[in-house]
Design a protein around this ligand. Structure first.
Ligand SMILES: NC(=O)c1ccc[n+]([C@@H]2O[C@H](COP(=O)([O-])OP(=O)(O)OC[C@H]3O[C@@H](n4cnc5c(N)ncnc54)[C@H](OP(=O)(O)O)[C@@H]3O)[C@@H](O)[C@H]2O)c1
Length: 199
């Protein structure tokens, strides 16, 4: 019988998370509640936001309760459905947890995705997920740089920063990135097309 392995948050980290802050639990696959769906997770994203959710602090989202699985955006396949909007075998993304199987509820963040349109289903956790959307809308709707302007990006070798730089180039900006170390700086220029890098 397949089972649900999941990583629980059992202690709030101080500074960097440590292995003792988490516990691996194995449980029976949860039953599908009325109107819900069961998702078999194939990919999970590890994002800086998760560290914030581990703190008992006010934020745009409630903290992960101690003893709960670690919240994470996942991409997976609908394994069972009691919801007419989701069919078994359909690929979905959603805010679930670091676990094999998640229960998603209607009206939540879970949405169908088209995996044939992308190189890998995991693209929905990077360029087509919160990383890419943050980069795109942060730049085009908040920063709004004009062609010919110089765009200076901190954290430029990270997931969001590297996307911002590439979009900035498409918008006609001169793009300069700040990153830690010669390897990251080289990657900014050689792989992502930045005009210059500051180590
Ligand atoms: N609101 C949203 O929906 C949303 C979505 C995605 C991301 N974010 C936020 O955007 C930020 C970047 O996310 P990401 O996914 O790109 O993270 P990431 O891939 O981990 O990259 C973060 C970069 O920050 C730099 N960095 C790390 N510690 C630093 C420090 N103490 N001082 C200065 N730079 C430091 C690192 O670059 P170097 O080692 O080269 O310095 C790293 O490459 C995070 O704060 C994240 O929470 C928000």
């Amino acid at each position: 019988m397949p089972q649900n392995r999941r990583f629980l948050l059992v202690r709030r980290p101080h500074g960097s998370p440590r292995a003792e802050d988490f516990a691996l639990e194995t449980q029976a696959i949860p039953p599908v509640p009325p109107g819900g769906i069961l998702v078999r997770n194939h990919y999970a994203s590890l994002d800086p936001a998760q560290r914030g959710w581990m703190d008992d602090a006010e934020s745009y989202m409630p903290p992960i309760p101690l003893g709960d699985p670690v919240r994470a955006t996942t991409v997976g396949v609908v394994e069972a459905s009691d919801n007419p909007d989701f069919t078994v075998g359909q690929w979905v993304m959603g805010l679930n947890a670091l676990e094999d199987y998640s229960i998603a509820h209607p009206g939540g963040f879970t949405m169908p995705i088209d995996v044939d349109a992308v190189p890998s289903p995991s693209s929905y956790l990077s360029a087509l997920g919160a990383v890419g959307l943050t980069a795109y809308f942060g730049l085009t709707e908040v920063a709004k740089p004009q062609p010919g302007e110089t765009l200076l990006i901190s954290g430029a070798a990270g997931a969001v920063g590297s996307a911002v730089g590439q979009i900035g180039r498409i918008m006609g900006c001169r793009v300069v990135g700040i990153a830690g170390g010669p390897d990251k700086c080289r990657r900014l220029i050689d792989d992502y097309g930045f005009d210059a890098a500051i180590d």
